[in-house]
Design a protein around this ligand. Structure first.
Ligand code: MG
Length: 384
């Protein structure tokens, strides 16, 4: 019986993980679970999965549930970090959304008994420098990185020439810059294949999601940024490809269903029977195609390579800028192309050269930078 903690249980990954656990009560025991604010999304699972504790990381929401009474022991963020670092568990799944997820990964990796099933890509984008030394205990859940991780089982990283991340191309593949200028939040939220949260869906439309995944792959596998490529593959069946130095390629194929990489990370190094998301290669629409990324229209991959070249705080600040820009876009305050303008602006700022010595120091720089972004762009918008 594997002892599991699920973080970010109200999000898309968290909810799918809860469904996997509830379908396999003989294999997994839910020890603890965290949500930020949306406690109601957790309630339907509790009686079936009976966790030992529930963390609510938004203090006002926690206070309200403490007052009303809750059927399971409640803990706050600090107590959660204690549990992550010390509880005897086998797998901690981090499905938290955004840079806030870094700290959960950080504490989980202090725990020698636990493996970190990592779905929060910002953990590595924000603090890859500090997490990379624990990489042998990280099992990636992002579908592309899970694919690379699976292809690399039994291989030596020295034998790898290139890692190739596949990208759906998002809802605006083939569009010109001029067409992108008129894009609405509703159009950006209509992803052709994957169903995900709002931010990651907009990030897929700008290809910023793939840019963050490039940074994630850099820290997970320890290859140079130039050795990580991106191919557009609209069917989302080949989840990534490894090219070895003898010219041989290995790819991982499956239906575009996040339950599969989640299950692999929970069951690793073994595999479990699953009926979820089977791909039938001889059904209609089984053609697989690949094409290069249009980096003129979608320059975000270039931003990621530049941030990795700068090192230090740069990847974290690029991510912070994207988080703030996507929020502003979803609120209708800025246009789609403004997201690219903000990211380009970010790369020219003096803070990009900062080399913080600890994640705590980076967090201070990052928080100040978020304020600077809002001051620079949103106040200017108000005034204009
Ligand atoms: Mg992905």
């Amino acid at each position: 019986m594997r002892r599991v903690v699920i973080l970010g249980a109200s999000g898309s990954i968290g909810q799918q993980a809860l469904s996997i656990l509830s379908a396999r009560p003989e294999a997994y025991k839910l020890i603890g679970v965290s949500v930020h604010r949306q406690v109601e999304k957790l309630l339907p699972w509790l009686d079936r999965l009976r966790p030992e504790w529930v963390a609510i990381t938004d203090s006002q929401t926690l206070a309200r549930y403490c007052q009303e009474g809750f059927p399971y022991p409640l803990i706050d963020t600090q107590q959660l970090y204690e549990k992550l670092a010390h509880e005897t568990v086998d797998v901690i799944l981090n499905g938290i959304i955004g840079a806030a997820g870094f700290w959960a990964s950080w504490y989980a990796l202090q725990n020698p008994s636990a493996r970190l099933a990592l779905a929060n890509k910002e953990s590595l984008v924000f603090g890859g420098e500090w997490l990379a030394s624990y990489r042998e205990r990280i099992i990636p859940v992002d579908s592309e990185h899970s694919a690379l991780f699976q292809c690399l089982q039994g291989e030596r990283i020295e034998d790898v020439e290139k890692l190739i991340l596949t990208a759906s191309g998002g809802p605006f593949r083939g569009k010109t810059r001029a067409e992108l200028a008129r894009v609405t939040p509703e159009a950006a939220l209509a992803h052709p294949v994957w169903r995900m949260g709002a931010r990651i869906t907009v990030d897929s439309a700008t290809l910023m999601n793939k840019a963050l995944e490039l940074i994630e792959a850099y820290w997970l596998f320890g290859l140079a940024a130039e050795s990580i490529e991106v191919w557009v593959h609209p069917q989302c069946i080949v989840h990534s490809v490894v090219l070895f130095r003898d010219g041989s390629m290995k790819a991982q194929l499956s239906a575009p269903d996040m339950r599969l990489p989640i299950l692999y990370a929970l069951s690793y190094p073994y595999r479990e029977s699953a009926t979820e998301g089977r791909w039938l290669p001889f059904s209609n629409g089984s053609m697989l195609s690949f094409e290069p990324v249009d980096e003129e229209t979608f320059p975000t991959l270039r931003y990621a390579r530049e941030a990795l070249r700068l090192g230090g705080a740069a990847p974290a600040l690029l991510n912070a800028t994207d988080e703030v820009a996507v929020e502003a876009f979803l609120r209708g305050e800025i246009g789609f192309l403004d997201i690219f303008h903000w990211l380009e602006w970010c790369l020219t700022q003096p803070e990009m050269a900062e080399k913080p010595e600890s994640p705590q120091a980076l967090a201070v720089i990052e928080e100040a930078f978020r304020k600077k972004i809002r001051r620079h762009f949103l106040r200017a918008t108000d005034a204009g």
